[in-house]
Design a protein around this ligand. Structure first.
Ligand SMILES: *Cc1c(COP(=O)(O)O)cnc(C)c1O
Length: 411
């Protein structure tokens, strides 16, 4: 009894501290489908915050695919993949996903997961087991997504892999470290597009390092899949690279507009992860209707419509680069639909987000620990459903709000 009261006291005190540091996050309930307009309570907000970059989350063809999938397969998979939950819809989806990376990974096979978080944990813990206990080295970029960080930590706990963090802007240091590493298994892991900055990882240079020092290169393309490359196949297509040492992670709840994720790699690696990837083995398979819906989304991504949607994103990105000028705020330029504005303090980021809300916009403040302390920001994201007019009005609004925040800070 006593411990529970202590735990409650502890929770309450820590929550108050978070609140005082302006770090307490609040859930917001939305009642409308994910799109460029969101119904929140009685209000309608213009949303520039989702990762639904291609604007597919509320696409009529996908709504129909989900209903058809439910009619065909029911709503639950009933079991994990290795028991009886692996349906034909999963199988067809995995084959299609493998074909997307086929020119970049020889003998490619794909494995579908319910989330990117799980896919990263399964890939890292599973791959680290490709060496004897204590014999793997993992090189992880400092700004990698939390799910990679957790996967690396768990791999290290389970296999005693050695973990090295590196700065993706300083590959010389990485090269020095890895060149003197005698571990028989080396894994370099990186976000393809860094989720809070929008910059691309130097994947070509990392692949050179991986080739020279015989390492695996794991690339988490959560924000590139569907968006980058002529056919939306992602970062490997954009960079036009091919290698048998790449382990590719794509997620399907962002540009693909649905849910889920996949690992794509040479066939034997995938077969290994089916045997050794605990999050794959011990979790109920995603409903096959979802897999069926994702398959439809991949069709759209590859089609003329997908190309048109990517063209629209490019147009929005170019206008933002040219016309979004601030007097003091720092804009991080990105070739992706992620366009952060760094404001520094939590207070400024929160104030800007609140003023945006009052002006009818939904653009949340992103604070530590999601980003480093002192780099709190607004993370503006585009959807192909936004028009050029929508963007120009946002640019004007942001310029006005910058002046309001500066005036407020001067008081
Ligand atoms: C969103 C994200 C994930 C997690 O994917 P989910 O499918 O949302 O669990 C993994 N990696 C990166 C870089 C992400 O941005």
């Amino acid at each position: 009894m006593k411990t529970i009261f202590q735990a409650l006291d502890f929770a309450n005190q820590e929550l108050e501290k978070l609140d005082a540091q302006l770090l307490k996050r609040k859930l917001r309930v939305t009642e409308s489908p994910c799109d460029i307009s969101a119904k929140v309570g009685e209000r309608r907000l213009k949303a520039f915050c989702s990762n639904d970059y291609l604007g597919l989350a509320n696409h009529p063809l996908l709504l129909r695919a989900l209903a058809d999938g439910a009619n065909q397969y029911g709503v639950g998979s009933g079991a994990s993949h290795l028991i009886s939950g692996h349906h034909i819809a999963h199988d067809l989806l995995e084959k299609k996903l493998a074909s997307f990376q086929g020119t970049h990974i020889p003998d490619a096979r794909a494995l579908f997961f319910s989330t990117g978080y799980l896919a990263n944990i399964a890939a890292l813990t599973g791959l680290a087991k490709l060496a004897d206990f204590g014999k793997a080295s993992i090189y992880s970029a400092k700004l990698n997504h939390a799910s990679i960080i957790d996967g690396v930590r768990l791999a290290s706990t389970q296999t005693r892999a050695t973990v090295h963090l590196f700065d993706h802007a300083d590959l010389d240091t990485l090269q020095k470290k890895i060149s003197s590493d005698s571990a028989p298994l080396k894994i370099i892991v990186v976000d393809g597009v860094f989720s809070m900055d929008g910059d691309l990882a130097p994947v070509k240079a990392l692949l050179d390092i991986a080739n020279t020092y015989d390492a695996l290169l794991m690339v988490d393309d959560a924000h590139g899949f569907g968006v980058l490359g002529e056919n939306g196949h992602g970062l490997l297509e954009l960079l036009n690279i091919a290698s048998d040492r790449i382990i590719y992670i794509g997620t399907l709840g962002k540009a693909a507009g649905v849910s889920g994720a996949f690992i794509c790699a040479q066939e034997p690696f995938i077969e290994w992860l089916i045997q050794k990837g605990r999050p794959y083995i011990y979790s109920t398979a995603t409903p096959p209707a979802i897999a069926h819906t994702v398959l439809k989304s991949l069709e759209i991504i590859e089609s003329e419509e997908g190309k048109t949607r990517r063209e629209q994103l490019k147009k929005l990105i170019n206008i933002w680069q040219e016309e979004m000028v601030f007097s003091t705020w720092e804009k991080i330029s990105s070739p992706t639909p992620i366009q952060p504005i760094v404001l520094g303090s939590n207070a400024n980021a929160l104030l800007a987000s609140k003023l945006l809300d009052e002006a009818g916009y939904w653009i949340p403040a992103i604070r530590p620990p999601t980003v480093p302390v002192g780099s709190s920001r607004l993370r503006v994201t585009f959807s192909a459903n936004h028009s050029v007019g929508d963007l120009r009005i946002l640019i004007k609004t942001l310029q006005t709000i910058e002046q309001q925040v500066i005036a407020e800070a001067a008081v």
